[in-house]
Design a protein around this ligand. Structure first.
Ligand code: GDP
Length: 322
């Protein structure tokens, strides 16, 4: 059997690059990527022509404009417009090129601020969103609805996966603008090296978060893409909607900090800075659907943090001065 041609949009990103690493190892897949110079995903004509010229069998839509709370607050127009346009261009072009299989990667921020915990897929559009990243979340919700609508009107098989907080190789380790896990890895690493007596963790340490290694995310995405139509359809009624991807387990920020201290070999004191915001008290996805579809997380947090720390060390030089 000829290998299927698989296009990964967003292959330079943390998730896209993990997808390329895993798909490249599969004998039945020929992975295709396009650099920004070759293909501008914001250019509708260019995307349409690119899909028409390439006979792809499957598309992973991992391209997105992403960023932390600060970036979302500063560039809301960029976040909503770029994400809407990338999704619209790719989904429509895939349909026009008669591609039947597409996987759209979203985010758990699509769920209402006050969704029940753990958050089931059904809580989508049941309440008000977290205001700090609402434009980004709206674009991601639109992506799910784009896929659902092409499924309804054109009988496509376009699926969506919504990951919890991701971490791993390729993460953003910026001291202020990154998420908690890479931020603490970097801070504790520095403290372990300088012999500092104290490391400050933002907030009270009591909020609970779920963390998924990006290699687990890539594996789950490929698993979902590869499910046969009936299996996926049976769990995502009424119209081939989305599936959460997480570990099903959360931990407190205090526990995460302890783990990172031990991985980095830091032996000093840990203090909490209550002047920094805690954010939402708990964020955990309900992964029942994914479990029923036959996938569970394989990388325990301690192992994933150690792996990410090793990657950080190898690439440390590129983070200096940032
Ligand atoms: P959130 O999940 O959207 O709230 O995103 P974050 O990953 O930025 O923050 C998660 C939790 O970790 C919040 O309660 C933060 O206050 C806490 N936290 C502790 N130390 C840090 C840090 O150095 N950086 C960040 N980003 N969060 C931290």
């Amino acid at each position: 059997m000829a290998a299927k041609r698989v296009f990964v949009a967003g292959h330079r990103g943390m998730v896209g690059s993990a997808l390329v690493r895993q798909l490249t190892g599969k004998p039945d897949a020929e992975v295709v990527t396009a650099s920004r110079d070759e293909l501008d995903l914001l250019d509708q004509k260019a995307v349409s022509a690119y899909f028409a010229d390439n006979a792809f069998d499957e598309v992973y839509l991992a391209a997105a404009k992403v960023g932390g709370i600060q970036a979302n607050a500063t560039y809301p127009a960029d976040f909503i417009w770029q994400n809407l346009v990338i999704e619209a261009n790719i989904v429509k072009s895939a349909h026009d090129a008669d591609i039947d299989r597409l996987l759209f990667l979203g985010s758990s921020c699509i769920y209402p601020k006050n969704a029940p915990q753990p958050m089931p897929e059904e809580s989508l559009l049941t309440g008000v969103l977290e205001p700090t990243n609402e434009p980004y979340a709206i674009a991601k919700i639109a992506g799910i609805k784009l896929c659902e609508s092409y499924n309804r009107q054109h009988d496509r098989d376009y699926r969506s996966v919504m990951p919890t907080n991701l971490y791993g190789p390729g993460d953003n380790f910026h001291p202020e603008n990154s998420h908690v896990l890479p931020a603490l890895l970097r801070r504790f690493d520095e403290a372990a090296h300088t012999g500092a007596e104290e490391v400050v963790v933002w907030g009270s340490g009591t909020p609970r978060r779920e963390f998924l290694h990006v290699d687990d995310m890539a594996a789950a995405s490929i698993h979902v893409m590869d499910l046969d139509h009936e299996t996926y359809a049976a769990r995502t009624q009424p119209m081939l909607s989305h599936v959460n991807v997480g570990t099903g387990v959360d931990c407190s920020i205090g526990e995460l900090a302890q783990l990172i201290a031990s991985v980095t070999g830091y032996e000093g004191k840990l203090t909490f800075d209550a002047s920094k915001p805690d954010g939402t008290p708990r964020k955990l996805l309900d992964v029942t659907r994914l479990t029923e579809l036959g996938w569970t997380s394989q990388i325990p947090l301690a192992e994933g943090v150690a792996d990410t720390y090793a990657w950080f060390h190898e690439h440390e030089r590129s983070f200096r001065g940032r």
